[in-house]
Design a protein around this ligand. Structure first.
Ligand code: ADP
Length: 353
C-alpha cells in the first residue's frame, strides 16, 4: 500500500511542478523577464535533477523490500533442524542397497498417522513399486528413506544400519531421486548435470547424458551443453528437463533410487524414451517407484498396495493379479478406458494407480 501511495505521489508532484514551471516560465518569457532559451535550459537542468531524485526514492523502496525479504530468509535459516546426526553417527562409505522398513509408523502431526506399521525388505538391486490412492502415504514413505523425517515408531535400515545412526550426508550421497517436477538452475545444461558431481569430467557428463537419452537433444540445442536453460529450465520441455535429471542421477551413481511419478509431467511423445532411460538407470540399483504408469509398476519385483497408510497387499504383479484383490481391481479398471485416458492426459488424473 505504501508503494502504491508513494510512487504515484512522487510522480504527481514531479509532473505538477513541470506544468507549473512551463506556465510560470511562459509568463516570464512573454513579459520579457526571461528568454525562451533560459526557460529551455532551466527545464533541462531541472530534469537532470529529477532523474536522481526519482532513483533515490526507488532505492529507498528496494531497501525496504530487501529488509522485509531478509528477515523472512533469516527466519527460515534460524528454524531449528528437526533431523540431526547422532553424536556417534557413522559415515556409510559404500552401500550394497539393502533397505528394510521394520514396523514403521509415521505422523506429520501428533497421532495423526499417515503410515502405520509398514514392514518391507528390498534386497540389493531389487525394485519395489508402491501403488495406492492419492493421499494414501506413498510419497511420505519414500521421504523416510533419505531421512527427511524420522518415524515415530519402528526403524529403517540400510545395509543393516539404522539410518538414524549414520550421517545424513553419507546416507543421502547413496540415494538418487527423480521426481515429477525437476528443479533446474538458471544455468547451462552442463552445470545442471554436473551439479550431481562437480568434479566429473566432460566425458563422464556426456556418458551420463547418453545413458539418459539426453545427449541427442542437448547437442541440437543452440550452444549444446553450454546452452542456458532459463529460470527453472523454462526453455526446455518437461521431457527434456526430466532427461537432464536422469543424467544427473547417472552421474551421481547412487545405489538406491527413488522415482516419484517420474514420468507424470512429460509430454506423451517423450514418455517412452524416458521410461527406457529410467529402466537403464534402475539396473543394479535398489529402486523405489511410485507411478501410475502401469508398465513401470508391473515390472517391479514387488508391488506394495497402500491404502490409508497401511500395506494391504504385497507381492509380484502375477501374485497380486492371482489374489484378485485391490491391485487386480485397479489394474483391470485402468486397463479399460480410464487407462487410455490416463496415459493421454496424466495431469488431469485425480487418482493414481
Ligand atoms: P500420496 O503420495 O500417496 O499421494 P502423501 O504421502 O503425499 O500421499 O500424503 C499422505 C498424507 O499425508 C495426506 O493426507 C497428506 O495430506 C499428508 N501430508 C503429506 N505431506 C505432508 C506434510 N508435509 N505435512 C503434513 N501433512 C502432509
Amino acid at each position: 500500500r505504501t508503494r502504491c501511495i508513494f510512487f504515484p505521489s512522487t510522480m504527481f508532484v514531479g509532473s505538477l511542478s513541470s506544468v507549473a514551471m512551463i506556465g510560470v516560465g511562459a509568463v516570464f518569457v512573454l513579459r520579457g523577464a526571461m528568454t525562451l532559451g533560459d526557460l529551455i535550459a532551466y527545464r533541462g537542468y531541472w530534469w537532470q535533477l529529477m532523474g536522481p531524485l526519482f532513483s533515490l526514492s526507488s532505492i529507498n523502496d528496494m531497501v525496504q523490500r530487501a529488509i522485509a525479504a531478509g528477515s523472512r530468509v533469516f527466519e527460515l535459516l534460524d528454524e531449528p533442524e528437526e533431523i540431526r546426526d547422532a553424536p556417534d553417527a557413522i559415515a556409510l562409505d559404500t552401500v550394497r542397497g539393502d533397505v528394510q522398513f521394520k514396523n514403521v509408523s509415521f505422523a506429520y502431526r501428533a497421532r495423526d498417522y499417515v503410515l502405520r506399521d509398514i514392514s518391507l525388505h528390498i534386497p540389493p538391486g531389487g525394485s519395489l513399486a508402491i501403488v495406492g490412492p492419492s493421499g494414501s502415504g506413498k510419497s511420505t514413505l519414500l521421504s523416510l528413506i533419505p531421512r527427511f523425517y524420522d518415524p515415530q515408531e519402528g526403524a529403517i535400515f540400510v545395509d543393516g544400519h539404522d539410518i538414524r545412526a549414520v550421517t545424513q550426508r553419507s546416507l543421502r550421497s547413496h540415494i538418487g531421486v527423480v521426481l515429477q517436477d525437476t528443479f533446474l538452475f538458471n544455468e547451462t545444461v552442463l552445470f545442471n548435470i554436473k551439479y550431481a558431481r562437480p568434479d566429473a569430467t566432460m566425458e563422464e557428463v556426456i556418458a551420463a547424458a547418453q545413458a539418459a537419452n539426453a545427449h541427442g537433444f542437448i547437442t541440437e540445442l543452440p550452444q549444446g551443453y553450454d546452452t542456458e536453460v532459463g529460470e527453472r529450465g523454462v526453455k526446455l520441455s518437461g521431457g527434456q528437463k526430466q532427461r537432464i535429471s536422469i543424467a544427473r542421477a547417472f552421474l551421481a551413481n547412487p545405489q538406491i533410487l527413488i522415482l516419484d511419478e517420474a514420468t507424470s509431467a512429460v509430454e506423451p511423445e517423450s514418455e517412452f524414451i524416458i521410461q527406457e532411460a529410467l529402466e537403464r538407470l534402475m539396473k543394479g540399483r535398489t529402486t523405489f517407484i511410485v507411478s501410475h504408469r502401469l508398465s513401470m509398476v508391473r515390472n517391479a519385483d514387488v508391488i506394495a498396495v497402500i491404502d490409508d497408510g497401511r500395506i494391504v497387499e504385497l507381492g509380484s504383479h502375477a501374485e497380486l493379479m492371482q489374489n484378485g484383490g485391490l491391485y487386480a481391481e485397479m489394474y483391470r479398471m485402468q486397463m479399460g478406458e480410464e487407462w487410455a485416458e490416463a496415459t493421454a492426459a496424466p495431469a488431469s488424473m485425480g487418482q493414481d494407480l
